[in-house]
Ligand binder design. Structure first.
Ligand SMILES: NC(=O)c1ccc[n+]([C@@H]2O[C@H](COP(=O)([O-])OP(=O)(O)OC[C@H]3O[C@@H](n4cnc5c(N)ncnc54)[C@H](OP(=O)(O)O)[C@@H]3O)[C@@H](O)[C@H]2O)c1
Length: 329
């Protein structure tokens, strides 16, 4: 039977304006970095995408290299779009990126115009799309003039292949320069995608202030530190976890006893707030509307259902914030 989206899907999700743009993104977005590749079970990926959409998650974040193998997450997403989400295309914000290694030779990596333009064409083919909603430069390229990388983003918008553009993992100076060039070209920098979580706060201060000053939206990746900021590892490393997986980016040594002890202490605060550890970590990222959205990853639908409930409690008392900081000191 063909998929029919939940008619209540817009009743609970919060939608935040992305910087100064007209685009509103769900407070929680779904990323397809892990668990949607050719090595993964298609039905599980499909259930997660459709389950997320049923919960009001309208934004799906991809990149050319997601898999493994690279490119296969876009193929999986294209298949789901084609079989179940075609009629909902105008309710979806689909992003892709280019910046990491994709094909051999000098034109398959980093930030040249040659690579970005060719890569987006490949991504569109894999997903069966005419355009993506957001296209990112996935990382800064020190060997390509910023003018060229931003010029490629501007070109792709003018060609109608992307509606909005963004940058990922650019530092303060790089963001300032990129935003200035894009503004001059007439294609604003709509969004920045940095890593950000309780345990990874590099954007706080100057970079977040720049987002506000320049009207750039922000969407955090790895808000759960790849699963470490959940209750998953409190009693060892489960077999079905990313840390135990051969294809996962999380190494077992990143889940040290020292880290686990901290998460145990954080988990007590979460309990006192009536939240799971994952929910508190996501609420913390979204506190005081500091970000437009967080991109969660998931390996099963139940995690997405649990995580969306973070929105039920986004307020933190001063004491709670202080306790969290003290634990993570
Ligand atoms: N721009 C960039 O350079 C960049 C880099 C990295 C990621 N990203 C984007 O950010 C997205 C999210 O990254 P991420 O997957 O690392 O995010 P994350 O949300 O920090 O971690 C997700 C993982 O945590 C575990 N998890 C999630 N909810 C849970 C829950 N309620 N209870 C227990 N465990 C839970 C799952 O792992 P298990 O498999 O262990 O269950 C899940 O796959 C990516 O898909 C991608 O779109 C972008």
């Amino acid at each position: 039977m063909s998929y029919l989206a939940n008619s209540e899907r817009y009743s609970k999700m919060k939608y935040n304006r992305c910087g100064n743009s007209g685009l509103r993104l769900p407070a929680l977005s779904l990323g397809l970095w892990h668990n949607f590749g050719g090595v993964d079970t298609y039905e599980n990926g499909k259930n997660m995408v459709l389950g997320a959409f049923d919960l009001g998650i309208t934004h799906f974040d991809l990149a050319n290299n997601y898999g493994p193998p690279a490119g296969s997450a876009e193929e999986t997403f294209g298949k789901i779009l084609n079989s179940d989400l075609k009629q909902y295309r105008d309710e979806l914000i689909i992003s892709s990126k280019a910046g990491y290694y994709m094909w051999p030779g000098p034109y398959g990596d980093m930030g040249s115009k040659k690579y970005l333009v060719a890569s987006l064409d490949q991504s569109l083919k894999r997903m069966g799309l005419d355009y993506v909603d957001i296209f990112y430069s996935h990382r800064p390229d020190p060997n390509t003039p910023m003018e060229e990388t931003m010029g490629a983003l501007d070109l792709l918008v003018r060609q109608g292949k992307a509606l909005y553009v963004g940058i990922s993992s650019y530092n303060l100076e790089q963001t300032r320069e990129a935003a200035k060039i894009l503004k001059r070209l007439g294609t604003p920098c709509t969004i920045h995608q940095p890593s950000y979580s309780m345990t990874n706060r590099w954007i706080e201060g100057d970079l977040q202030n720049l987002f506000t000053q320049e009207g750039i939206g922000s969407i955090a990746f790895c808000p759960l530190a790849q699963g470490v900021l959940t209750d998953k590892y409190l009693n060892g490393i489960p077999k079905d976890s990313r840390a135990a997986s051969k294809t996962g980016a999380l190494q077992e040594n990143q889940v040290s006893q020292e880290v686990v002890n901290k998460v145990k202490a954080l988990n007590e605060i979460a309990k006192s707030r009536g939240q799971s550890m994952a929910q508190m970590a996501l609420s913390w990222n979204l506190r005081e509307d500091r970000l437009t959205s967080v991109i969660i990853g998931a390996s099963k639908v139940s995690q997405i259902e649990e995580n969306v409930k973070a929105l039920d409690n986004l307020e933190f008392s001063f004491e709670e914030l202080e306790k969290i900081d003290k634990i993570l000191e």
